[in-house]
Every structure is written in structure tokens, then in C-alpha cells.
Design a protein around this ligand. Structure first.
Ligand code: COS
Length: 384
């Protein structure tokens, strides 16, 4: 059973402990029954179940009452789901990322049209930012949205889009041309049944989840699909990523906690020369390093979430530090857990083998580790 003492840290309120406990019970009773053989079907099933159980309410703001996203809740939910099942974490996370721009910058009408559905699992959402020629370099995105009367016409490609192929609604970033670079992009809410929209390729990865390349050919959308102001697309994308990078860090923390737990089981149950592996001081050293990395990552994750929930306009530095440290250290923690499992650690179907595959992408998506270093360095310079 993973350590829960962190719930008593001062970042959390009683409502956070209540959600964490409720989700833990729900995950114990529901996640073992998810059939992972068909990833699309599993994701749809997970979104429906998380919606029915009420947990997706936390993935977006409530159109009826407004308010803010509670980033500590997002983080606790992702951490808990990731500890149980990476695909369940993915299904929850994408409902939030896919609608994050609407939650933070959408009109009341956009919120009512989409969030009422995504918050109960009746619609699936996706965040379409990356392009074939611009992953890290968002300012050089080339997809266009050209004004034509009261409509915009979308043309271009997006790739590595999570939930691509199963989403009902996409947040799409495209060049509207107010200025070159970062100041010439805008954000749009785009339904998947739009004429001219197609999924051109499904992408397979080492930890399967729905991923696709999308093409937009003369897709006509009304001007009411614009999220926020024209030309603000880059800032909108970065503001959404500030929140959701913190939650990627939380997912990595969940994977690392599970790996530490699995390693503790292994070294206390497995004997070498008549005594548990844990009796070897070298093994204790590995366990100590893993526990230290988990707590240090947790502090950075909860610091970022708490800072945003406390009213900070931007958590660029905090989110980048949390994501960089939590994902990189989780990779190390999981690698140690694999090592402590010996041959079983690389056997297909073992929990640590699955974690080893699942953690890798978190160091790349939503801003690769080196992008986070760039962000942290600029923030350090700017704060002098
Ligand atoms: N929140 C709000 N505004 C932000 C912001 C943030 N987190 N980050 C930058 N901005 C603003 C800046 O303040 C600047 O506006 P002003 O000129 O008015 O001050 C504008 O946006 C441009 O910022 P900057 O000059 O830093 O842009 P760059 O092109 O240099 O940004 C990085 C470079 C690498 C930081 C950025 O492109 C990035 O984060 N890339 C990774 C993208 C990513 O995560 N991709 C994965 C897609 S989702 S899987």
C-alpha cells in the first residue's frame, strides 16, 4: 500500500483528502475490470466510468458556477489514477487538457456547449497544438485559420494528438496572422464531425494510447469557435500547459510511488542467501534514493498546484520545475524498481515493466525536459 502521509502536508485541505480517499476506493473496485486489449474502447470505457462516478467534474470548470480549476485536485486525481492504471490517468488527463483553453478562456456559450458534456464523460476532448514541423517550437506553427466573412477556414496538419481519432471536440491552434511568430496564433474549438477534417494516421507507441495525425482541408468554422482573442493563441496554449504540466508531473509521481511500492514488496519477499533482499545495505541505499526522489518530486508538484490555487496568475517556473524533476526522477525510480526485480523486471505483463514503458513519454510530451530547462533558466534570469 503506497504511502499516504503526504495528504497531511499543508498544501491540502480536508476536501482533497476526501477526493483522494473516494478515488482510491473507486480505483480499487473498478480499474482491474478494464480490458486493455483495445485501447480506443478502453479509453471510451474509462471516460464513461470516470464521468459516471463524478471524477471528471474536476477536469474542467463548472459552466453553471464558473470558478477556477483546482490544480491540487487535478494533481491528486492524476497521481492516484497513474498509480493504479496509466490509461485511466490518460483518459482523465485528456478531458482536462483538451478543454483547458475553454475552462480558462472560453465564452459561457462554449463552456455550456462542451464542458457540460466532457465533465460527465459524454464527450471526449483533445488538445491539437503540435505539428509535423513544430513540436517544441510552437511559435513557428504553420496551420492557418483564414477569416472569410463571419467564418474561419482551417488548413493544415496536427500530429501526436492524444485522443486523436476518438475525440468529439478538439482545441486547435492555428495561425491567424496578426503578427509573425508567437503573436500570430489563435485558438479554436473544433468539433470532430466538421467537413474537411480527417484523421490521416493512427500512431503506435511503446505505451499504447489513442494518438493520431489530423488533417484540416478547407474546414469552415464560425467565428464563435474562436477561444479568447485573435492573436492570443500562443499565450492561451502556454497558460493551459502551465496548469497541465503540473499534472503531468503528478502522473509521473504516481508512477514513481507505484514503482517504490512494488520494489518494497519485492525486496521484502524475495530472499537471497537465506535473508530478504532488503537486508543488503546496497538495496537499502536504492530504496532510500527512490523514497527521497518521490518526496522531493511530491513537494515540487504540490508547490506548483498550491501556488496556482492560491491565486497566482502564472506558475510557469513552478510547473516547469515540477515537470522536469518529477518525470526525470520517476524514470530513475522506475529503473531502480526494474533492477530490483531482476529478470522479472523486464518480463512482459509485470507491473514494473509496464511502468518502465509508460513513464518514457512523460519526459517528452507537453514540453520535453530540455524545453523545461529553457523555461526555468529564463525564469531564473527574469526573477533577478
Ligand atoms: N503563460 C502566459 N504567457 C506566456 C507563457 C506562459 N506560460 N510563456 C510565454 N508567454 C508569453 C510571453 O510572455 C511572450 O509574450 P510577450 O512578448 O507579450 O511578453 C509570448 O508568450 C512569447 O513567449 P516567448 O518569447 O517565451 O516564446 P518562445 O517562442 O521563445 O517560447 C518555448 C519558447 C520553448 C518556451 C515554448 O515554445 C514552449 O513551451 N514550447 C514547448 C511546447 C510544448 O509543450 N509542446 C507540446 C505540445 S502539447 S503535447
Amino acid at each position: 500500500m503506497a504511502d499516504k502521509t503526504f495528504l497531511n502536508w499543508p498544501f491540502f485541505e480536508p476536501r482533497h483528502r476526501a477526493i483522494s480517499e473516494a478515488l482510491e476506493g473507486w480505483a480499487d473496485s473498478n480499474l482491474h475490470a478494464i480490458d486493455h486489449s483495445d485501447t480506443d474502447a478502453a479509453c471510451r470505457d474509462l471516460v464513461a466510468k470516470l464521468g459516471a462516478a463524478g471524477f471528471l467534474q474536476h477536469s474542467a470548470v463548472d459552466p453553471a458556477t464558473g470558478g477556477n480549476l483546482d490544480v491540487r485536485t487535478l494533481c491528486l486525481i492524476r497521481e492516484t489514477l497513474a498509480r493504479h492504471d496509466g490509461l485511466a490517468d490518460f483518459a482523465f488527463a485528456m478531458q482536462g487538457l483538451g478543454t483547458g483553453a475553454i475552462s480558462l478562456f472560453g465564452t459561457d456559450a462554449q463552456k455550456r456547449e462542451w464542458l457540460d458534456q466532457t465533465r460527465v464523460g459524454k464527450a471526449i476532448s483533445a488538445f491539437a497544438l503540435t505539428e509535423p514541423q513544430s513540436g517544441s517550437d510552437v511559435a513557428n506553427s504553420t496551420m492557418t485559420a483564414t477569416l472569410d466573412g463571419d467564418d474561419f477556414i482551417l488548413n493544415g496538419e496536427k500530429t501526436w494528438i492524444s485522443n486523436g481519432g476518438i475525440a468529439d471536440v478538439y482545441t486547435v491552434f492555428a495561425r491567424t496572422g496578426e503578427a509573425p511568430g508567437a503573436k500570430g496564433l489563435s485558438a479554436f474549438v473544433v468539433p470532430a464531425d466538421l467537413p474537411g477534417f480527417e484523421v490521416v494516421e493512427r500512431l503506435e507507441t511503446i505505451a499504447p494510447h489513442p494518438l493520431a495525425t489530423l488533417r484540416f482541408t478547407d474546414c469552415r468554422i464560425p467565428a464563435s469557435a474562436l477561444i479568447g482573442a485573435r492573436g492570443d493563441g500562443f499565450k492561451i496554449a502556454m497558460s493551459v500547459l502551465d496548469v497541465f504540466r503540473s499534472t503531468v508531473a503528478a502522473a509521473a509521481l504516481g508512477f514513481a510511488r507505484r514503482a517504490l511500492d512494488e520494489a518494497l514488496d519485492r525486496v521484502t519477499q524475495r530472499e537471497v542467501q537465506g535473508a530478504p533482499l532488503f537486508d543488503l545495505q546496497m538495496v537499502q541505499g536504492h530504496i532510500a534514493d527512490m523514497a527521497l526522489d518521490v518526496d522531493a518530486a511530491a513537494l515540487l508538484v504540490y508547490r506548483a498546484a498550491w501556488t496556482k490555487d492560491s491565486g497566482a496568475l502564472r506558475i510557469t517556473r513552478e510547473a516547469a520545475m515540477a515537470k522536469l524533476f518529477a518525470t526525470d526522477q520517476a524514470q530513475k525510480v522506475i529503473d531502480k524498481a526494474v533492477q530490483l526485480h531482476g529478470g522479472d523486471g523486464v518480463k512482459s505483463g509485470e507491473t514494473v515493466e509496464r511502468l518502465y514503458r509508460e513513464i518514457r513519454a512523460l519526459r517528452i510530451y507537453e514540453g520535453a525536459s530540455d524545453v523545461q530547462r529553457v523555461v526555468i533558466a529564463r525564469q531564473a534570469l527574469g526573477n533577478r
